[in-house]
Write a protein that binds this ligand. Structure first.
Ligand code: ATP
Ligand code: MG
Length: 246
């Protein structure tokens, strides 16, 4: 049953989940599905990438040909689309890794501070506000790139869930033996049928690639953490809960 790291240990340590073994089973099944998607992607990535690289190379040659000047715009679009497809493969591959690598003792607050201008600039594009409340939390073994991806994905989902004038609140704090990062939006919440599917790779109601939350779940698992979602008509909060170092 164990899928990522020492999840059983982690979840048994997480207070809310102590009483709910069936929730643990469900959570782990979900992680298994995410991991399988990554494994399938890993299996076919090479086969798909090679022809894509060839086509991209040929398109670039055409782009330099005088006779193709009139096609410049369309060739550019073709290259961009190939790059997008390549990015989706790269992101899917992230789902396969079950062990965290590149872990360093870091403070999550410092990572949030680095990202803060980027998140605020994204928020201002949709005329939303960002409030960041960083509590005193201990350093933790973190993969900085993974944590950046997680924070950006959760923030982006929160911003995309709100119409203009909303507030995205990012907090860190400790609770018993947990270190918590929460990302709260003031959207209209997530309907139960969609809630069921959250984190399923390629599930999106926005015509996006739908990998954001699946990546967040796998990053959480690699850090022996879990994601919890609370949602209602006044908004959604996603909690990233890690066990505090003893
Ligand atoms: N904070 C949120 N509020 C409302 N719905 C949400 C929220 N977060 C996620 N969702 C729903 O879950 C779906 C899946 O989210 P996920 O981040 O995995 O993919 P995406 O945002 O659609 O695409 P991508 O992240 O690849 O750009 C979203 O399409 C949306 O319907
Ligand atoms: Mg998303």
């Amino acid at each position: 049953m164990m899928v990522y790291g020492d999840m059983e240990f982690t979840i048994s340590k997480l207070k809310e989940d102590k009483k709910s073994y069936s929730r643990f089973i469900k959570y782990n099944k979900h992680l298994e599905k995410i991991k399988l998607t990554g494994e399938i992607a890993a299996g076919i990535a090479h086969e798909i990438r090679n022809p894509m690289t060839t086509v991209r190379g040929l398109l670039q040659i055409l782009l330099k040909e005088k006779e193709c000047f009139s096609l410049e715009k369309n060739l550019g679009i073709m290259i961009k689309e190939l790059d997008r497809a390549n990015d989706i493969i790269t992101e899917s591959l992230l789902l396969a890794s079950t062990k965290a690598t590149g872990l360093k003792m870091k403070n999550l607050n410092d990572i949030i501070r680095i990202l803060s201008p980027h998140i605020k600039s994204n928020a201002s594009k949709s005329k939303n506000n960002v409030v960041i409340e960083l509590g005193v939390i201990p350093d933790q073994l973190l993969n900085e790139e993974d944590m950046k991806k997680l924070i950006i994905n959760l923030s982006q989902n929160g911003l995309e869930a709100m119409s203009s004038g909303g507030t995205l609140t990012i907090k860190t704090y400790t609770e018993d033996t947990n270190i918590i990062l929460s990302v709260q939006d003031q959207g209209t919440g997530i309907k139960p049928d969609i809630l069921e599917k959250l984190g399923t790779p390629f599930f999106s109601t926005k015509d996006h690639s739908g990998l954001g939350l699946a990546i967040c779940y796998s990053i959480a698992a690699r850090h022996n953490a879990i994601l919890q979602i609370e949602t209602g008509p006044t908004g959604t909060t996603v909690f990233f809960r890690m066990v505090r170092p003893q």
